[in-house]
Design a protein around this ligand. Structure first.
Ligand code: ATP
Ligand code: MG
Length: 251
């Protein structure tokens, strides 16, 4: 019998375990839709954890991808941020033509501003494994959204997630990420405001969940995440003109 090793690094899901070369996570009402989407992204030629279905205990089974989470590594360099932006673009492009089943179920905690394509919704340093491969894990929050909303979260979480950072350096990091995405004028114009709206929505999810006692966000709110997202929301709002300016230059 292969040993089950509890995986740390996430907040939202209890019971994530490694079993040999696989990872097991609880099966939810959205899992069939999520796994079908992940498989479609893979079929489109993009590198994601391989999908292995369901185990005897009813859990979802995906490939264990070796590497370290980006959030546990030193800050990514500008070329590395460019690379991540490029990966996010490739995910969106691979998803753009995907048509989910009409009765597909998704679990969405933050309402998106539109439903243009299926998005990962948590493309952040806590879900990117860096090793020989650079692979985004944790696709469970995949659901309909928009490129702008998903990019806003990814760009902010990779480049504007430290409210104590020098804003000018943060702006350079943001520009590298968005250059990697190869964003068009429309996205660049809208991104600064969208990042502020997205961080605000994240903070509000934590705050309202805390007020209502809804887990896991209720506990996350008081264990540092509330303070963090409040500070980041202020940071993203305060320097919004700087971000907009940094995004105006198309390479
Ligand atoms: N496919 C995988 N390959 C390697 N490690 C993985 C994989 N999936 C998950 N992990 C590890 O398990 C941890 C928790 O998994 P995951 O991110 O899916 O959980 P979560 O609680 O839903 O996360 P979050 O708080 O980001 O929503 C990850 O941080 C990572 O260290
Ligand atoms: Mg995670």
């Amino acid at each position: 019998m292969v040993e089950e090793i509890l995986m740390l690094g996430g907040n939202a899901t209890d019971g994530v375990v490694r079993v040999g070369s696989t990872v097991r996570k609880p099966w939810t009402v959205a899992t069939p839709s999520v796994l079908a989407f992940v498989k479609a992204v893979s079929d489109a030629g993009f590198d994601v954890p391989a999908v292995h279905g369901q185990d005897a205990q009813g859990r979802q089974v995906t490939e264990f991808v070796p590497g370290r989470l980006a959030m546990d590594l030193p800050p990514l360099t500008l070329p590395e941020l460019f690379r991540v932006g490029h990966i996010v673009r490739a995910i969106h492009d691979a998803s753009a033509t995907y048509q989910p089943a009409p009765d597909a179920a998704w679990i969405t905690h933050i309402a998106p501003p539109g439903t243009d394509l299926i998005c990962h919704n948590d493309l952040a340093p806590w879900n990117l494994l860096i090793g020989d491969r650079w692979v985004f894990i944790d696709w469970d929050a995949s659901a309909p959204s928009t490129r702008l909303w998903d990019l806003a979260y990814a760009a902010q979480s990779f480049t504007l997630n430290d409210a104590s950072a020098d804003p000018r350096l943060a702006a350079r990091a943001l520009a590298a990420f968005v250059d990697g995405y190869d964003a068009d004028f429309e996205l660049r114009d809208a991104l600064s405001a969208a990042m502020w709206q997205r961080t605000t929505a994240m903070y509000q999810l934590l705050e309202t969940s805390h007020a209502a006692g809804t887990e896991p966000w209720a506990t996350m709110f008081t264990s540092g995440h509330g303070t963090h997202w409040n500070a980041v929301t202020q940071f993203v709002r305060k320097h919004r003109s700087l971000w907009a300016q940094a995004l105006q230059t198309v390479p």
